[in-house]
Design a protein around this ligand. Structure first.
Ligand SMILES: *Cc1c(COP(=O)(O)O)cnc(C)c1O
Length: 183
C-alpha cells in the first residue's frame, strides 16, 4: 500500500560514521541500524530518520534515501560519504529535472525541516528505495512531538512520482531516461 509512515527522528544512534562504509550496500550497515530500528518499532514507529554525527544533518530514512518538498524547491541530502547513492534517488532527481522542477542536493538539517514545517512551508516528505519505490513520510517524532507532514496523507508529488517510475519499469511509458536494461 501507499500509506504514509510514522518516523522516529533518531538522536542517539547514528547509522554511519565519516570515513566508514555508510555509502556502500553492505551488511554491516544493516547490523548497525538494527537497535535503533527495534527501539523505534517498540515505540510504534515504522522507521527512523537518520541524522549525521552532529545529530543535526539529515542523511536517510530507514534504508531509503529521503526527499523534502517545499513550494518552490525539492531537497535531498547531498552525498556526504555516509549516504548510500540509491538508484531510485537518482531516478527521482532525473524525473524532477525533466519536469523542470528545482531539485537541490544540499545539506538539510532537522532544525530546518521542523522550522519550515511550522511555517507551513513543508509540503511533503518521502523515502526512495527499490522495494517500495516511494514511501511517503506522514510524521516525524522529534523532541517529544509528532510533527505531521501533509496531514499524514500521501502528497501529490509522491503519488505522481511512483506512477511515473513504475510505468517506465513496467514498459507502459517510454523509457526516456534509458533506465531499462534488456535481459
Ligand atoms: C538500498 C538502500 C537505499 C536505496 O537504494 P536503491 O538503489 O534506491 O534501492 C538507500 N539507503 C540505504 C541505506 C540502502 O541500503
Amino acid at each position: 500500500g501507499f500509506k504514509p509512515v510514522k518516523i522516529w527522528v533518531e538522536e542517539k544512534y547514528i547509522r554511519a560514521a565519516p570515513g566508514g562504509l555508510g555509502a556502500a550496500k553492505a551488511g554491516a550497515n544493516y547490523a548497525a541500524s538494527l537497535k535503533a530500528a527495534y527501539e523505534a518499532k517498540q515505540k510504534g514507529y515504522a522507521q527512523v530518520l537518520w541524522l549525521d554525527v552532529d545529530h543535526d544533518g539529515i542523511e536517510e530514512v530507514g534504508t531509503m534515501n529521503v526527499f523534502f518538498v517545499f513550494k518552490d524547491e525539492v531537497v535531498t541530502p547531498a552525498l556526504n560519504g555516509c549516504i548510500l547513492a540509491g538508484g531510485v534517488r537518482d531516478f527521482v532527481i532525473q524525473l524532477l529535472q525533466h519536469k523542470k522542477m528545482k531539485i537541490t542536493e544540499r545539506k538539510v538539517t532537522i532544525s530546518e525541516i521542523i522550522e519550515r514545517q511550522k511555517k507551513g512551508e513543508l509540503l511533503e516528505a518521502f523515502g526512495t528505495g527499490t522495494a517500495a519505490v516511494i514511501t511517503p513520510v506522514g510524521s516525524l517524532h522529534f523532541k517529544g512531538e509528532d510533527v505531521l507532514i501533509n496531514n499524514a496523507e500521501p502528497g501529490a508529488l509522491s503519488q505522481s512520482l511512483v506512477q511515473e517510475i513504475t510505468a517506465i519499469q513496467r514498459g507502459t511509458a517510454p523509457d526516456i531516461f534509458t533506465w531499462m536494461e534488456p535481459v
